[in-house]
Design a protein around this ligand. Structure first.
Ligand code: URA
Length: 171
């Protein structure tokens, strides 16, 4: 599944992989995590409709206890992340965003390598060469981790605060 949004977007958001809803609708971030992300972006001063949204891994990986039962997300392997790398590189080459918002560990590892640790670099502006192009990136947590957090409000505030760093870097 490709990303969605304006090919002239100034900011590209990179998530992990499509979830159940995304897989059904053929668009990234249209399920619960996407709704939370849109709200956080708006609060941080970034118009979600002006962002290009995509995923590091292009397919939904899941387990299913029985046929027709709920499909449960499975984390992608390094091999799957690497296999999808050329598609993400192609999206970056077309959109040429001014800033990449890295949503969580999978996107971070896919773009910046396996030593990426979101807790160490979240809410900072990184400058790195990616697929031969100089890029500016702001890492933050994945919006799904906010939904799973014991203290949702604090986790949400943290996400918005990191996204404000991205908004400032764009202004
Ligand atoms: N989580 C992601 O990482 N991407 C989506 O598109 C939806 C949920």
């Amino acid at each position: 599944m490709f990303g969605s949004g304006d090919a002239d977007a100034r900011v590209m958001l990179v998530g992990e992989q499509p979830g159940d809803q995304e897989d059904r609708q053929g668009k990234p971030f249209v399920g619960p995590a996407g709704k939370l992300l849109d709200r956080a972006l708006e609060e941080a001063g970034i118009d979600p409709s002006e962002a290009y949204v995509t995923n590091a891994v292009k397919h939904f990986k899941f387990t299913q206890a029985e046929p027709r039962k709920r499909r449960i997300h499975k984390a992608p392997s390094l091999r799957e992340m690497t296999a999808c790398g050329p598609w993400l590189a192609a999206e970056l080459a077309v959109v040429e965003p001014e800033l990449i918002v890295v949503l969580g560990a999978t996107a971070g590892k896919a773009l910046l390598g396996s030593s990426f640790r979101v807790t160490q670099v979240r809410g900072t502006v990184l400058e790195e060469e990616i697929h031969g192009r100089p890029e500016r990136l702001v890492p933050t947590v994945h919006p799904s981790s906010v939904l799973r957090s014991d203290d949702r409000e604090a986790a949400y505030r943290g996400l918005v605060s990191d996204l404000k760093v991205a908004a400032d870097a764009l202004s």
